[in-house]
Design a protein around this ligand. Sequence first.
Ligand code: MIC
Ligand code: SF4
Length: 642
Amino acid sequence: MNLTYKILSAHLTQGELSRGREIGIHIDYTLTQDSTGTMAYLQFEAIGIPRVKTEKSLAYIDHNTLQTGFENADDHKYLATVTKKHGVYLSKPGNGVCHQVELERFAVPGKTLLGSDSHTPTAGGLGMLAIGAGGLDVAVAMGGGAYYLPCPAVVNVRLSGKLRRGVAAKDVILEVLRRLTVKGGVGKVMEYTGEGVKTLSIPERATITNMGAELGATTSIFPADETARAFMAAQGRERDYVEALPDADAQYDETLEIDLSALEPMVALPHMPDNVKTVREAGAVKVDQVCIGSCTNSSYLDMMRVARILKGKTVNPDVSLVIAPGSRQVLGMLAANGALNDMIQAGARITETACGFCIGMGQSPRTGAVSLRTNNRNFFGRSGTKSAGIFLVSCETAAASALTGVLSDPRELDTDLEIPMPAQFAYNDNLIIPPASPEEAGAVEVVRGPNIKPFPQAKKLADSLSGKALLKMEDNITTDHIMPSDSKLLPFRSNIPKLSEYCLTPVDSTFPTRAKEAGGGFLIAGQNYGQGSSREHAALVPLYLQIRGILAKSFARIHRDNLINNGILPMTFENEADYDRFDQNDELELANVRKLIEGGVEKIPVRNITKGFTCDALLPLSDRQRAMLLAGGLINLMKEKA
Ligand code: MIC
Ligand code: SF4
């Protein structure tokens, strides 16, 4: 067995490990962050289980940390109190980015982790099977319920050789993205093997598993070997280490060979993480801003390399350099060893250890800017400046370019970039607040600010559905298009009515008004609809706007689950060419759709009344998903069952 199937089989609660078939797995650990967490805990409260049943559940506050009004601070208070009451550990703001802290302090090889954030697979760097999901799925897992997923195919990404100086783990995953594209990982787990694995440290492995999310993969995983043991020992957690390796004769569904020695610095050009070229090919693009940090690239190792490059130099006068170390542990160590001062003296603007610029929480670049960033997503508008172009690079490329003012190849630097892994990290968990004991939990009052509004709930599926195709979209529409998030909108993550005013506005600014006037309807989309974030808001807000179904060429994994969990039909064209026969404003009808779904029919006839034709849409569902859609979403189904 490969490592993925070993962990899946040890956690299997339902089904069998047969590719594409739905399986249920037991979840050992969960994580939430604040921007998806408020909704996840509101849902957990609605489910009505008093205390989490996992081995450990953590709630991080790292996304909505810019407090320009009361909203974010109110959400923090809600999270602090709801977690205390229900048995969840809280990582306070300032402690760091969820995935970085989880890797440092909590990830355990061989265990399962479900997180309400698409980059949860970061913990796969330590051999954990770590999956991103919508908040409701995480709420269910916190309550001890299984997590359901189609049994994935496993890709053997066989690494050979060793990265050359100036070439980074980020360049490995950018190369994988270049080859496979942003939908190349859908339905798959990327399992890294081969001699090259040994040459990569844990933070480097985590950079690779982190950005496997951009492939649309279910997750990515490295074996837990001697390097993992040493990392955990240096974090004072050696007792949690277990070796987790694939069998010597493990089987895989596909193989991808990567020679680390042959790679060179890469860059993803605007506005997709798979729009990858070598830095050499991209040329000396003039740069306005450089942002270093995020859950992809903010480890101690990354930051030390940046500090080495900046030491004794000054940032180019035309460049604004922003650095956000990934955790308090990292920031503290940089402060103690002087590297932070090297950054500050070179002219870096140090921001809090949080998601920050990565999710548009500040540091929006100027109009038309070129911004080099070390994070994982360069989707249109995500930086908060629509006209800006975000280029994704490694820390080494970012730091080198901050000095020269143009996109630069770090191999041209004469800096020594060998950073030894510390024998001991300066760990301290005093910002992890434990929950109240079961005896004391009853007395904890959950504090809800005025910005926390009830979330919408779907109704039972109607006999037939009809309405207009309100919007027709291209391929690769992201959840950042569906429910944009920046410093102005993130404070409203607990306020769906407010968010609805912005739904799909990056595609068409008139959409929310038209959807409201029409009393809802349908959406038409291309390939990989809903890629990117796990944010359930990209389903809850369309639900609020009464979107009944989406007809797409294909869907991204987490978003499809979120739609079903919330009673919205995710249908695909049986014949992709039918996409061209639909236009915005066409009147559509799904006659007797309830009966069809009840009867287990997977082909739904879609009548285009305006154009006078009918075509088939596919809606393959497990029994569980079918019951959910009929009941009007997971919460209604759970209530029905109760
Ligand atoms: C992201 O990177 O897009 C986010 C913000 O972390 C999201 C979660 C969210 O939308 O709150 C993710 O990756 O799931
Ligand atoms: Fe935060 Fe960015 Fe990572 Fe999302 S991708 S968790 S916003 S740092």
